[in-house]
Design a binder for this molecule. Structure first.
Ligand SMILES: [Zn+2]
Length: 197
């Protein structure tokens, strides 16, 4: 796929950065169907070229953010093949790229990107403000983040009823009321409020 085709998925100012980062690398970009398990990925192919995929339905700013994450793998690996995928070299590279391209993001998002860049996480879901920024408009009427509920509140998740038993340091210990089994939920797990009648 030619890099030009990516333009429609991207924020306005993103393109020059990509051109620079792509530089002479041979990269196969695949705009993928929506995958719940991941937003993008990076693979080095046997012939020395690179394959990057990003889900097609991301907000343009998130698309750029994910693409930057994946390109950071390529650029970090290019310097040293033996590094860990999300190790310190990758973090440093991703951080530099985020700072370099900060103008691509809206004023509202910039501070969160800046904060995130101080210690980039492999999974952006680890950054509450960024997750909220991109998901808040996608929450349907009854959907909430678990962290907005209280201990002993119940909620629906995959059509099963759970109750919050305990707030842990970052997560929530919840009990499935049908099975009595306990599960850990992330603070930003999207669940459905049970509407009290
Ligand atoms: Zn990664």
């Amino acid at each position: 796929m030619s890099i030009q085709i990516l333009q429609k998925y991207l924020p306005e100012l993103a393109f020059p950065y990509l051109k620079k980062w792509f530089s002479a690398h041979k990269i196969h970009i695949h705009v993928s169907r929506n995958r719940n398990s991941k937003l993008g990925d990076y693979q080095r192919l046997k012939d020395g070229s690179h394959k990057i995929s990003v889900n097609h339905n991301l907000d343009p700013q998130l698309f750029f953010f994910v693409l930057t994450h994946e390109l950071a793998h390529l650029i970090a690996f290019d310097k040293d093949r033996r590094i860990a995928p999300h190790g310190k070299e990758w973090k440093l590279t991703f951080r530099e790229m985020l700072l370099e391209s900060l103008e691509v993001y809206t004023e509202e998002l910039k501070p969160h990107i800046l904060q995130f860049s101080k210690s980039p996480k492999a999974n952006f879901m680890a950054s509450g403000p960024i997750v909220k920024f991109f998901h808040i408009n996608n929450l349907s009427e009854n959907e909430v983040f678990i962290e907005e509920l209280l201990v002993e509140d119940s909620f629906l998740y995959h059509k099963q009823i759970y109750i919050i038993r305990q707030k842990l340091k970052k997560n929530y210990l919840c009990e499935n009321l049908d099975t009595g089994k306990k599960y850990i939920f992330k603070a930003l797990a999207k669940v459905e409020k049970i509407v009290k009648s």
